[in-house]
Design a protein around this ligand. Sequence first.
Ligand SMILES: NC(=O)c1ccc[n+]([C@@H]2O[C@H](COP(=O)([O-])OP(=O)(O)OC[C@H]3O[C@@H](n4cnc5c(N)ncnc54)[C@H](OP(=O)(O)O)[C@@H]3O)[C@@H](O)[C@H]2O)c1
Length: 320
Amino acid sequence: MKAVIAEGPGGPEVLKVADVETPEPSKGEILVCVKACGLNPVDYKIRQGYLSSDKKYPAIYGFDVSGIVEKAGSGVTGFSPGDEVFYYADLDKQGAYAEYHTARAEIVRKKPEGLTHVEAASLPLAGTTAWQGLFKQARLAFGETVVIVGAAGGVGSMAAQMTAWSGANVIAVCSSSNTEYVKKLGANHVVDYTKQDIAKAVLDITKGKGADMALDTVGGDVFFETFKFLRPFGRVVFLNAFTAQTPMTSLNPARLKNISILCEFIHPSVESLDFIATLAERGFLKPQVETVIPMDKIAHGHRRLETRRGWGKIVVDMSL
Ligand SMILES: NC(=O)c1ccc[n+]([C@@H]2O[C@H](COP(=O)([O-])OP(=O)(O)OC[C@H]3O[C@@H](n4cnc5c(N)ncnc54)[C@H](OP(=O)(O)O)[C@@H]3O)[C@@H](O)[C@H]2O)c1
């Protein structure tokens, strides 16, 4: 089969189209003919060598999949050849920048009805992260005020729609070029961080009370800003890694306000795919696909994603 492989860690140039052996499904796995594969920042982070100290090369990345079941391994029930499926694949196994991919059947779900493969492949990882952060970790409640930092990005555009659907008041933080975009996602208020001080703007919007919670998809210094605009006993969901340069004393302002810091790391879950599929089928969650690329342009896709600009998702359409 054709796949995009990396022979070692490095820049986008390590990604090359190659002929590799088609995988066989082991016990409990299915073999999927990949129709579309969504790109995520974790793809380029693993490509750079992060999260992958014991990575075996050649490696294949790409963990958001929509495709058609080709074959089921022994012990698999509930899937047959021809079924259209979508899922977020295990990060520690070979990914799906390939014509075929094997996945544990227990993390796979039928593709949402009415969505194309490209649309479906844009949803699992970002949607699961948003769902897990907002509902499992922070237990978002009706009527709360939620600040989504990085609302235009892959995770942010899912989180903004889910927060709006839940009946919360959404404050979206983004740059000037994305303000109209995030309003369409359901934001009640928009803070343009290129022109406004985020904390001051949120405190103005909430009349000095502060927001109930924040989902920070950006990290770095912006994360520490959230302590300024959250109310006492507020909570913040944090998606990115702390660096060795982050002193523990940076957390003191959160302690003084009894703010809960909820660290989030995604794990595959059919429960989240059910939630995402149901919202999408009922029209409450719209896939946000900014760019569709063919398999031989995945290195360009990585370069684009690494700029951390733009909106929504980049998806590989295997038919191009
Ligand atoms: N822990 C986990 O399980 C988990 C899961 C998924 C993702 N993540 C991580 O979360 C981060 C976001 O993921 P993603 O898929 O949403 O990435 P993404 O799509 O690449 O995010 C890009 C977006 O970030 C926005 N942005 C950049 N700098 C900003 C700033 N200073 N303030 C506000 N927005 C800013 C940009 O919007 P503007 O142009 O409007 O600034 C752009 O739309 C990545 O680092 C990813 O690795 C972690």
